[in-house]
Ligand binder design. Structure first.
Ligand code: HEM
Length: 536
């Protein structure tokens, strides 16, 4: 052992010898036992409070600083601990270690959330649900930060601030609190045809889950898996609940929002307390790299899913949630997910929405969690060891040892070294990239309606009726007739009957003919030799 470390160790041990953890007495943060926490120290029984009352000052100061900013989106959440196990080795597709051995249980922490509402808003609103999973793997943390819908509103991350400004309460009066039923939102959507596929999902019963245990999850973006030999597959990720998928009906959600705003949170908590552990199977759609361009849509476009008729979902493992958090703030609130937390064998695609996300999460967490050291919080700390030369900053927990905190150095002695020879090191996939530096959406992202139509046609009559009723409620609240008209025009690109029915319910003249432009602009070749087509 390094003599330096040895003496540090002794220093710490010498302090530990004196620690006594009884927990019986109320103390200050300095460990001094308190005699009375009900009365301030005053000069005389009815006199002024004294500045020297260190217990009062400490108690009040800490309380004054108890709140941290809520998440800018997904502020309201509920979470649980559990574990994940793969059913069979995925070595053929990825070298990620936690996906190799069916006997290995990888600990996970999952946070479900609504997107728009504040931290104290109701659970049962019409909204997308977040479904974020942190896998504490032996190679580092892997976060799968997904939603309960397979596509998204926008194609490029640079539009996210606009989307969120539009969907959140309006800036002048902060209304409506947790609903998309307002002019700003529909104004934005009516000017963003790329959002129409997602809008169909949001108006469907998928936006009203009966329980977090009965909800699907999706990674949304196309990611990349790379095996030990360096071969890559593009991959879409799915969570599937064995309990099946169930939704509330609109009237139920309205009543529940008043009677029990914690409905989904309580359901998750109670199920786990009663031993009815929520389960989700992990599914993948794998597309060989050489087949990536053989679809009639772009795999990099997050407003598109891969139809299962083309690439079936292969079920590869299961997650079980079996423990409620001990402390909401320390765990559910302080957890920091990031789509950029990946492990060897998992990499990104050039989906411009995903690329935007890769910047946003750490940036927001730096302010939300107060500085650069939130990876040290117990809920965020990896089970894999961490060593680097990052130092100091607000609330640093680690007592870094040694004289050397830079690289290269000639004094080694405990200083961590990057090692290109290490087979378990993360190496980015060497994707060939070339092109002009431009701001231009690829033409392959132009078809905004085909999959919206596909979704509409896949629904039963009752499910279609629910979408029409939802449009009447949501768009019926819009005051600007031009916005309503633009929305009817967009629905007319999805389905003529749908547009006529929406128009009728909100007092807009129905369209006389279907609009069909922007459907399927690319010719599909759909010969996918190497893509994984066997479903398990
Ligand atoms: C949370 C940004 C798109 C899923 C967040 C947060 C930000 C953010 C700033 C708050 C994080 C925190 O405070 O810890 C963005 C940006 C996006 C984007 C810039 C697009 C460019 C998406 C998409 C999905 C998604 C497409 C789903 C696939 C989530 C989830 C959370 C979240 C589940 C909550 C995580 C938790 O439970 O703590 N996002 N987001 N986001 N986002 Fe996104």
């Amino acid at each position: 052992m390094n003599p330096d470390n040895n003496s540090e160790q002794k220093k710490l041990e010498s302090l530990e010898m004196f620690r006594r953890e009884t927990g019986e007495n109320l103390t200050t943060n300095q460990g001094v036992i308190i005699d009375d926490t009900n009365n301030s120290l005053t000069a005389g029984e009815r006199g002024p409070t004294l500045m020297e009352d260190f217990h009062f000052r400490e108690k009040m100061t800490h309380f004054d600083h108890e709140r941290i900013p809520e998440r800018v989106v997904h502020a309201r959440g509920s979470a649980a601990h559990g574990y994940f196990q793969v059913y069979e080795s995925m070595a053929e597709y990825t070298k990620a270690k936690f996906l190799q051995d069916p006997s290995v249980k990888t600990p996970v922490f999952v946070r479900f959330s609504t997107v728009v509402g504040f931290r104290g808003s109701a659970d049962t609103v019409r909204d997308v649900r977040g479904f974020a999973t942190k896998f504490y793997t032996e190679e580092g943390n892997y976060d799968l930060v997904g939603n309960n819908m397979p596509v998204f509103f926008i194609q490029d991350g640079i539009k996210f601030p606009d989307l969120v400004h539009a969907v959140k309460p309006e800036p002048h009066n902060e209304m409506p609190q947790a609903s998309a039923a307002h002019d700003n939102f529909w104004d934005f959507i009516s000017l963003m045809p790329e959002s129409m596929h997602m809008i169909m999902w949001v108006l469907s019963d998928r936006a009203l889950p009966r329980s977090y245990r009965m909800m699907q999850g999706f990674g949304v973006h196309t990611f990349r898996w790379i095996n030990e030999q360096g071969k890559a597959h593009l991959v879409k990720l799915h969570w599937r609940p064995p309990l099946g998928m169930h939704s509330l009906v609109w009237d139920e959600t309205q009543k529940l929002a008043g009677k029990d705003p914690d409905f989904n949170r309580r359901d998750l908590w109670n199920a786990i307390e009663m031993g009815h552990y929520p389960e989700f199977e992990l599914g993948v759609q794998l597309v060989a790299e050489e087949d990536a361009d053989n679809f009639d849509f772009d795999l990099l476009d997050p407003t598109k899913l891969i139809p299962e008729e083309l690439v079936p979902v292969k079920i590869i493992g299961k997650m079980t949630l079996n423990r409620n958090p001990d402390n909401f703030f320390a765990e559910t609130e302080q957890v920091a997910f990031h789509p950029g937390h990946v492990v060897p064998g998992i990499d990104f695609s050039n989906d411009p929405l995903l690329q935007g996300r890769l910047f946003s999460y750490t940036d927001t967490q730096l302010i939300r969690l107060g500085g650069p050291n939130f990876a040290e919080l117990p809920i965020n700390r990896p089970v894999a060891p961490t060593h680097n030369n990052q130092r100091d900053g607000y609330s640093r927990q680690t007592i870094d040892k040694g004289q050397v905190n830079y690289f290269p150095n000639s004094r080694a002695g405990g200083c961590p070294m990057a090692n290109p020879e290490n087979m378990r090191a993360y190496t980015h996939y060497a994707e060939k990239v070339e092109g002009l530096k431009i701001r231009k959406r690829s033409d392959s992202f132009k078809d905004h309606f085909s999959q919206a139509t596909l979704f509409w046609n896949s629904l039963s009559e009752v499910e279609q009726d629910h979408i029409v009723s939802a449009s009447h409620f949501e768009l019926g609240k819009v005051e600007d007739k031009q916005i309503q008209q633009r929305m009817v025009d967009l629905f007319n690109h999805v389905d003529h009957e749908l547009a006529k029915r929406v128009a009728k319910g909100i007092g807009i003249s129905p369209p006389t003919e279907p609009a069909l432009e922007n459907h399927g602009h690319r010719s599909p070749s759909l010969s996918m030799e190497n893509t994984v087509k066997d479903s398990v």
